[in-house]
Design a protein around this ligand. Sequence first.
Ligand code: TIU
Length: 222
Amino acid sequence: MVRIDAALPFAFGFDPAATALVVIDMQRDFIEPSGFGETLGNDVSLLQAIVPTTAAMLAFCRAKGMTVIHTRECHRPDLSDLPSSKRDRGTPRLRIGDHGPMGRILVAGEEGAEIIPELAPITGELVIDKPGKGAFYATSLAEYLAENRISKLILAGVTTEVCVQTTMREANDRGYDCLLIEDATESYFPEFKRVTLEMIRAQGGIVGWTARFAQLERAWHD
Ligand code: TIU
């Protein structure tokens, strides 16, 4: 059992054999210029700041033999899993499925939908393609976790208040204890990240826990 005493709002304990690291949507479309994130009007450079910490955490969890799962927000090439409400929302420069410099925006198999090379999955790691913001909606994630007897999740990735928070809430409702790593998640809106971390751990951990990567590392060595 590993116990992070410094986690908020109180200590987070977990059995590494029954815990998975879930890295959410660290894709070129969100993190590099000319992808989905930028077409929505965001400054994607903000997200690049968490890449070194996320890479270090990935290496650490792999070395400890933990289950690692990656997700990608993307759609089938025929867009049959893309509701018109999602495609037609707002006035982006390019819409999902349109051709951009990294291929078709947020479409499976295109360059932009790939996970950035620094965080590329390795053999044996599950990669979940998801059409929604949450990783449980219309995916096999719940079945995979049950089959592998996973009861707790450690989360990282982007963006904090959109896909990460939605996934964490979906998991929390399904009975998973969830820990979000503060310096391995980021938002295009720093204020949204700050308040999301606060709302997750408010009311006695209504959605779950948060901690920094160094606190996770230290807990393992104590
Ligand atoms: N726009 C935004 O902040 N996020 C998304 O659209 N997807 C994810 O968070 N992955």
